[in-house]
Design a protein around this ligand. Structure first.
Ligand code: NDP
Length: 330
């Protein structure tokens, strides 16, 4: 049996170690579809998992990596056959089930989505979980009637993965996009090239329950004081998609935006999102992402060996856009 490379997180007492090991298919969990993984990516949650900075991983040993793309090698399901190109995000893969930081993975057929026409495997992981979440956030705003004519849409954590893809998607759809970032001095040109019409700094805390109505909508990847501030400034009947906690998991807000302005707070969960919605989101990503946007959002491609160091950087808010993990050249 030929061996292949995998990152394994192992727990001894309270310490978690991340090492690259040679394993075989006999080590993989017993699931329906064996996938030869070509690419995965580095998301904020992967950073938390590989550095053991939060209890993301619930079983050890674990192959982390919350998303992957690859080709089916063997399938016991009639949904997929050998040679099919498939993409996976969510379903607690890389948290409770072995994930994408390995050259092969065994997965449930129901977790997979066919790689949409028009996307290469590399592009699917340039998007990855972060970009998929951006698409879900934009679709949630659309479903609440936030159309481009309603006014400006703010994106927080703008230079990160979810933020960058959100800006590209909203701009492509004709929205007037305001990027909120702590890195405007160094990354202002990047955010403008992605499609931001205006760049502002990070939001600050305030004791005021409401502030001037500025936003028709928002995509918030930061949480905490940032989400509370966006809610205080959202215009009547506007909507805010809350998808992240890069600034903290609390929400120091009041109910006034909801009861005096009819503001809608939309929760975004990419992990357990139903398959129909997933498939639709991937199709829309294939339609909306331009070659230029792919070039801009991609900070780089790394090997398995480089994941740990880059995982530390993403938690410090030092990564711009998206990082692809190449399993073929690893
Ligand atoms: P990134 O690290 O790429 O981006 C996060 C960005 O947030 C940073 O680039 C930075 O943007 C900003 N930021 C970081 N720390 C702070 C802080 N203390 N205060 C204010 N802003 C800060 O992460 P991702 O884009 O991959 O993920 C963003 C969030 O979305 C994460 O919390 C992640 O867990 C969550 N997420 C949720 C999903 C879901 O299903 N709901 C799925 C995917 C991600 P800048 O430098 O521009 O200020």
């Amino acid at each position: 049996m030929t061996s292949f490379k995998a990152m394994l997180l192992e727990k001894v007492d309270k310490d978690v170690t991340a090492t690259i090991k040679e394993i075989t298919t006999a080590d993989l969990p017993d699931r329906e579809v064996l996938v030869s993984v070509s690419h995965s990516s580095l998301n904020y949650k992967d950073g938390l998992a590989v550095t053991n900075s939060a209890p993301v991983v619930r079983k050890f040993p674990m192959v982390p990596g919350i998303d992957l793309v690859g080709t089916v090698e063997e399938s016991a399901s009639d949904k997929y056959k050998a040679g099919d190109a498939v993409v996976l995000t969510g379903w607690e893969v890389g948290e409770a089930h072995w994930g994408g930081y390995a050259q092969k993975a065994r997965l449930k057929a129901d977790w997979l989505v066919p790689l949409p026409d028009g996307l290469t495997p590399q592009q699917a992981m340039q998007i990855g979980t972060a970009g998929f979440t951006a698409m879900m956030s934009v679709m949630a705003l659309e479903e609440q009637g936030v159309t481009p004519d309603k006014g400006e849409v703010v994106v927080t954590g703008a230079a990160g993965g979810v933020g960058s893809v959100s800006i590209a998607l909203l701009a492509k759809l004709g929205y007037t996009v305001v990027a909120s970032t702590g890195r405007g001095d160094s990354l202002g040109d990047y955010l403008t090239a992605l499609g931001a019409n205006r760049i502002i700094g990070r939001f600050e805390s305030s004791k005021r329950p409401l502030e001037r109505e500025l936003w028709a909508g928002g995509v918030d990847t930061v949480g905490s004081e940032t989400l509370a501030a966006v809610l205080r400034q959202t215009a009547r009947s506007g909507s805010v998609a809350a998808c992240g906690l890069a600034g903290g998991g609390n929400l120091p807000a009041t109910v006034y935006p909801f009861i005096l302005r009819g503001v809608n707070l939309l929760g975004i969960d990419s992990v357990m999102c139903p398959i129909e919605h997933r498939t639709r989101a991937w199709q829309r990503l294939a339609e909306l992402m331009s070659d230029e946007a792919f070039d801009l959002i991609t900070e780089g491609t790394i090997t398995l060996e480089e994941v740990l160091e880059m995982g530390q950087q993403i938690l410090k808010g030092q990564v711009k856009g998206r990082v692809v993990v190449d399993l073929e050249t690893t």
